[in-house]
Design a protein around this ligand. Structure first.
Ligand code: GLP
Length: 254
C-alpha cells in the first residue's frame, strides 16, 4: 500500500518523515533502520536529532544499515556517505558507532565487500524501515535504470545523469566517483516498511512515473508498487505537483 503525505515545504516534509521514523523507534527501541543520503533526508535527520536531544527518542539500541557508498572515497572524504551520515545524524545522537553500517568505499575487493555487506544485512534479521530518496532517473540507493532488478549488494556503474546530478557536490564533474556499492533492490523490498522522501519540482515527473507508471527496472523505484508492506511517501507540494494533477485522490494532507 502506498500512502502519500503532502507537506507544503521541505521543512514540513522533514517533520512528517521524522514522525514516521520516531514511531518505529518508539515501538521497537532496537529497530534496524535502513538509512539514505542525498539532500532529501537531511531535514528529517535534523528533526530526529532534536527529538533525541529532548529525550523523545533514543538510538542507544538502534542499529543502522546505509544504502550505498561511493567507490574510491575514504570515510573521512567530505563527499563520502560515511562522512555525510556522521555530519548529518550519527555525531549528534546516542547511536553506538559499532551499530552503524555502510559499505566500504575503499575496499580492495568490491565483490568481497558486497558479500560482507549482504551478511551484515542478513545478520540484522530484517530492516524495520528503509528510508529512500529518488534519483532524477528513478534510482533508489544507487540502483540505476537497468534491464533487471538487482537482488543483493552490488558494484554499480553510475549513469551520466546521476554523475551530472551529483556533480553539484564536487568541485568539478571529473571528481565525481563513477562507481558505487549499493544495497540491492531485493534487499530494499525485503524491509518491513519504506519511507520515500522527495523534495522539489525536479522530482515531480519521476515520482509520478515511479508510483503510478509501469513497473519496470528502467525506473527502479517503480518496484515499490509491488511492496508487500506500507510505503509512506513524504513529499512537498513541488515534488507532488504532477501527482496532484493526475491522481489528486491519492494524496493525503499532512
Ligand atoms: C543519490 C543517492 C540516492 C539519493 C539520490 C537523490 O545519488 N545515492 O540514495 O536518493 O541521489 O538525491 P537527492 O535527495 O539529493 O535528490
Amino acid at each position: 500500500m502506498i500512502k502519500i503525505i503532502y507537506s507544503y515545504n521541505a521543512e514540513n516534509v522533514g517533520v512528517s518523515a521524522a514522525k514516521v521514523m520516531a514511531d518505529v523507534i518508539k515501538n521497537k527501541p532496537d529497530a534496524v533502520l535502513g538509512l539514505a543520503t542525498g539532500s532529501s533526508p537531511i531535514g528529517m535527520y535534523s528533526e530526529l536529532i532534536k527529538m533525541c536531544k529532548n529525550g523523545e527518542i533514543s538510538f542507544k539500541d538502534v542499529r543502522s544499515v546505509n544504502l550505498d557508498e561511493y567507490v574510491g572515497l575514504s570515510k573521512d572524504h567530505d563527499q563520502s556517505y560515511s562522512y555525510f551520515m556522521h555530519k548529518n545524524l550519527f555525531d549528534h545522537i546516542d547511536i553506538k558507532e559499532e551499530n552503524t553500517n555502510l559499505p566500504c568505499g575503499l575496499c580492495k575487493d568490491p565483490e568481497a565487500e558486497c558479500k560482507r555487506y549482504d551478511k551484515v544485512i542478513e545478520s540484522m534479521g530484517g530492516i524495520d524501515i528503509q528510508v529512500l530518496g529518488i534519483g532524477n532517473n528513478g534510482h533508489i540507493g544507487f540502483n540505476e535504470p537497468s534491464d533487471y532488478f538487482s537482488l543483493g549488494t552490488g558494484l554499480v556503474q553510475l549513469t551520466d545523469s546521476t554523475i551530472d546530478a551529483n556533480s553539484r557536490f564536487f568541485a568539478t564533474r571529473d571528481m565525481v566517483p563513477t562507481q558505487a556499492l549499493s544495497m540491492g533492490v531485493g534487499q530494499i523490498m525485503a524491509s518491513n516498511k519504506v519511507l520515500l522522501i522527495a523534495i522539489g519540482e525536479g522530482k515531480a515527473e519521476i515520482l509520478e512515473k515511479a508510483l503510478f507508471g509501469k513497473v519496470t527496472p528502467q525506473v527502479p523505484a517503480s518496484i515499490l508498487q509491488f511492496f508487500k508492506g506500507e510505503v509512506v511517501v513524504c513529499a512537498d507540494r513541488a515534488a507532488l505537483s504532477v501527482i496532484m494533477k493526475k491522481h489528486p485522490e491519492a494524496v493525503k494532507a499532512n
